[in-house]
Design a protein around this ligand. Structure first.
Ligand SMILES: [Zn+2]
Length: 346
């Protein structure tokens, strides 16, 4: 369960929102201030954690709501499972992205929804006015429409939806604490399973994929490709308004900071890049090679809630050896070595 003191902030990390609040043109600044105010209101709300429910049917159950540009959740119900498409692009995108994420976990890992107990997937679109974020609040997925100048509507990006839902998976499994290195691992796991979901939906090999998070969110007016890059952390954007992507790829550039819960959206670049390097070295589809090793790690009792990078790396290596064989274990070992992490003995 996520502690109340270190709550997640949604897909747009605090360092980007703070930068926009200072450097964006006045109209965007207004949108960002509104987003930050809404974030604060949310953090005062008590979020409901995913709790163990009775075993539910092994089927996809989605409900999409329209918040009608207010912050009242969930809003008006607009599309339920098996209903025809609505006359609203964001409603249909949210419906499709929740479905693709559910199918990825079901078909690849035989996981029955986020909690593995068949949790129904709800989503609310048109949250707030020009709201610059999307988040999973423990009960449902919430999407803003973006300000239109920097960010497009947040339903556009499947990897963003899968990133947010994966926070629910992590809560239900490893429970990685959202602070410092365990927090950066929590963020990284969401990015890793986010890109894997998008690769699975598109049928892409590791070599064919773009390895970007949120590429569909940035408008043409932004100098940047996405919010983050697993292939080249630190290069996702470099823009006068948005600032420059602060992610390191290796331990040599680890960022010590007290902001962002100890840089959870920044230092996640390091385990992200280790996964990328391992998947590229293994070749083929990421969800068939290193993906299962990372998933087994999340479900492994040897991984503690306050794990650091070295412990996480050690558990991935143990799982690769135990379940995937020598060749993949060597690949995983080399990937961690490349980013400057020495796997701990577990
Ligand atoms: Zn996140």
């Amino acid at each position: 369960m996520v502690s109340t003191r270190h709550r997640r902030s949604g897909i747009v990390p605090p360092h980007i929102l703070e930068r926009l609040a200072q450097h964006a043109p006045d109209d965007i600044k207004q949108c960002v201030l509104e987003t930050q105010r809404a974030n604060e209101a949310l953090q005062r709300m008590r979020l409901t954690a995913v709790t163990a429910l009775p075993e539910a049917a092994d089927e996809l159950r989605r409900t999409i709501y329209d918040a009608g540009h207010t912050q009242d959740l969930p809003g008006r119900m607009v599309r339920r499972e098996d209903e025809a498409a609505a006359d609203d692009r964001e409603v249909n995108e949210a419906y499709d992205d929740l479905g693709r994420t559910w199918r990825f976990y079901k078909e690849v890992f035989d996981r029955n929804s986020i909690d593995n107990h068949g949790l129904a997937l709800d989503g609310s679109v048109h949250y707030g006015r020009h709201y610059d974020n999307a988040f999973w609040n423990g009960r449902e997925m919430v999407f803003g429409d973006g300000d239109g100048r920097i960010f497009r509507p947040f339903t556009r990006s499947l990897d963003v939806v899968a990133h947010e839902l994966t926070h629910g998976v992590t809560e239900a499994t490893a429970g990685l604490a959202y602070q410092d290195q365990s927090g950066a691992l929590n963020e990284s796991v969401s990015d890793v399973f986010g890109v894997m979901t998008a690769q699975y939906a598109a049928g892409q090999t590791a070599a064919e994929a773009d390895w970007l998070i949120g590429a569909e969110l940035l408008t043409d007016q932004v100098h940047g490709a996405a919010l983050r890059s697993l292939a080249r952390p630190g290069t996702a954007y470099d823009d006068p308004t948005l600032g420059r992507d602060p992610q390191p790829a290796t331990m040599a550039h680890y960022v010590e900071t007290r902001q962002d819960n100890g840089g959870v959206h920044i230092n996640s670049g390091i385990p992200n890049h280790a996964f990328y390097r391992a998947a590229m070295a293994a070749g083929g589809y990421s969800w068939e090679t290193v993906g299962p090793v990372w998933y087994a790690t999340l479900n492994d009792h040897r991984l503690t809630e306050n794990a650091d990078f070295a412990q996480f790396a050690g558990v991935t290596l143990a799982n690769a050896r135990e379940h995937a064989g020598r060749e993949l274990a060597d690949i995983v070992s080399q990937a961690w070595s490349d980013v400057g992490v020495t796997p701990a003995e577990v």
